[in-house]
Each structure stands twice: as C-alpha cells, then as structure tokens.
Design a protein around this ligand. Structure first.
Ligand SMILES: C[S@@+](CC[C@H](N)C(=O)[O-])C[C@H]1O[C@@H](n2cnc3c(N)ncnc32)[C@H](O)[C@@H]1O
Length: 288
C-alpha cells in the first residue's frame, strides 16, 4: 500500500540541512513552473512561486477561501505560500515525515498548523474549502501494487478521502509526476531502478490515464497541463546546486549520499528529456 513511514524516511530523512542546500528558499521538493517556455530562463525562486500561484488558481483559492488543506506538505513551501501570500486564514498541512513536520512547525506561520500524519488514517477536525497536493500521489502505490493491478483502486480511495475532507463545490489543485515510456537499454533501466528502489522505496509514479479514471465518481477534471520540460529544468537547477556543495555533502553526510543524489537527479533529467517520466498539474472540482 505505497510507501511506509520507514520508506518515507529514506526519501526525506537524510537531514533537513542537506535538502536546504540544494532546494529553493521555501524548500519546494517538486517541479517549478517557468514562464519562459523557450529558454526556461526564469529565476528559480520565482519559478517555484509560479507553480504555487497556478496551483492556487487550480484550487480556486481567493479572498473567499477560509481554509486550505495541503496533503503531503513536505517542508512547508506551500503552506507558507498560502499563509503569507494568499493570506488564507486557516491553513493545514500534513506529511508522513516527522522531520518535515518539525520543520513546518519551526516556520511559525500565522494561522497555520502542520502535523505528521498518514493520509490513510488522517481525521480532519473540519471540512476544508480548498484541497492541494503536490507530488504526494507518487507514494500511494508501490511497484508491487502496480504490478498486481491495484493502482486505480488505491488512487480512487485517495480521491474518496479528499472528497470526504472537503466542502461541496471544493476545487483540488493537484500535481504529480507521471510514468510514460520505458527506456530500452540496461544502463537507463538500472538508473531508473536506482531512483525507484534506493531514493523512493515503496513508491511508483502514476500513469496519467489511471489518475483520470480514478477521479470518478469524486472529482471532475476542469484543466490539465503537461510539463515535463519544466521538471527537466527544475532537476538541472537542483543538480547544479547539489554539485556546488559536493565537498560539504561528502564530508557531512558521506560520499554515498552525494553519489546517490547525483545519480538520481541526473537520471531524472534524462527521464524527463526522453518522456520516460512527465509532470502533470490538474484542477479538479468536487462532484456533488
Ligand atoms: C516529493 S514530497 C513533496 C512535498 C511538498 N508537497 C513539496 O511540494 O515540496 C512528497 C510528500 O508526500 C508525503 N507523503 C508520502 N506518503 C504520505 C502519506 N502516506 N501520507 C501523508 N503524506 C505522505 C511525504 O512525507 C512528502 O512530504
């Protein structure tokens, strides 16, 4: 049933300081949105805010929004954006990683709470006006679940919960990596296997068609964007920053950590370039 807490710890528990070295200021660990789609020249911090701005629109967040839930909130980039930029009066985020939840709490954001919770057991204290989830769906289905045909059923259960946690008429701003074509040569397959089993154990990226099918009968797809070149550029930024800190990373967290992340980010650049993986954003509206 997707990544366990121990597996999530492998993915996000190296150290908050390690990720801080190569992510943007808000610590988004997900694809940015570049307005310059020819040269992808936007400033990286701005591109990350562009992503949060568009997903806010997809979740229909505005002055009327009283509460927003961020499922799989990471180190708190989006809850910070909702509290400080959109000024939503009641923001809640949860993550399965205790270290990430601690980091979110340390931000001391106004009108914001963050907890360590599993979406499979989360009990919301109230229904939300808007739902957001940025690249958490990749953890819902394990490679074994996908092989045994359980993917759609597990995604549908996730959408059922989001429906249950929200008010009638709610919009859901969703972003996920998606699995597309399969490479043909052994080195590329080995690199993808490394990213899947070493960096993100227990997780497999969804197929876009499975997500669309699984939204029924809970949500309607209102708008969708396909953005693999934006993720290629995001990974190039992350890799450049990681390599800039190579000596420090080797010294503080060991050479294996540096080499694993160097290999994984390089693999991602090739994977997005070749359409082995893509990135999709969706605006979903609750079916009532
Ligand atoms: C790739 S990170 C994205 C974090 C954040 N949304 C961002 O944009 O930076 C995936 C997030 O999903 C969370 N996650 C994975 N499995 C989860 C589960 N079962 N319940 C809640 N959160 C989960 C992880 O803890 C992590 O915070």
């Amino acid at each position: 049933m997707g990544s366990t807490q121990d597996e999530v710890e492998v993915s996000y528990g190296v150290s908050n300081d390690f990720f801080k070295l190569w992510l943007d200021e808000r610590m988004n660990y997900t694809c940015a949105l570049f307005e310059d789609t020819e040269n992808f020249s936007d400033n990286f911090e701005q591109a990350q805010d562009n992503k949060l701005r568009r997903l806010s629109r997809f979740a229909n967040i505005g002055p009327h929004t009283e509460s927003v839930l961020d499922i799989g909130c990471g180190w708190g980039a989006n809850i910070e954006y909702q509290a400080l930029v959109n000024k939503v009066p009641d923001v809640h985020g949860f993550t399965l990683s205790p270290e990430q939840a601690k980091k979110c709490q340390e931000r001391n954001l106004p009108n914001t709470t963050a907890t360590c919770d599993d979406y499979k057991t989360y009990q919301p204290p109230r229904k939300f006006d808007a739902i957001m989830s940025i690249c958490m769906m990749e953890h819902i289905v394990s490679p074994e679940d996908a092989r045994s045909g359980k993917a759609i059923e597990l995604y549908r259960d996730y959408f059922r919960r989001a429906h249950e946690w929200s008010k009638p008429g709610t919009y859901f701003g969703l972003q996920t990596i998606t699995r597309c074509q399969v490479p043909r040569n052994k080195k590329d397959l080995d690199d993808l296997r490394h990213a899947t089993y070493v960096i993100f154990p227990g997780a497999v990226t969804p197929r876009v068609e499975d997500i669309i099918v699984a939204t029924i009968p809970y949500f309607e797809v209102m708008e969708m964007h396909s953005m693999r070149f934006h993720y290629r550029k995001t990974c190039e930024h992350w890799l450049t920053r990681l390599q800039k800190h190579e000596a420090l990373i080797r010294e503080k967290w060991g050479s294996e950590v540096f080499e694993d992340y160097d290999r994984y980010l390089s693999t991602c650049i090739t994977a997005f370039e070749n359409n082995w993986q893509s990135l999709h954003q969706y605006s979903l509206k609750r079916l009532d």
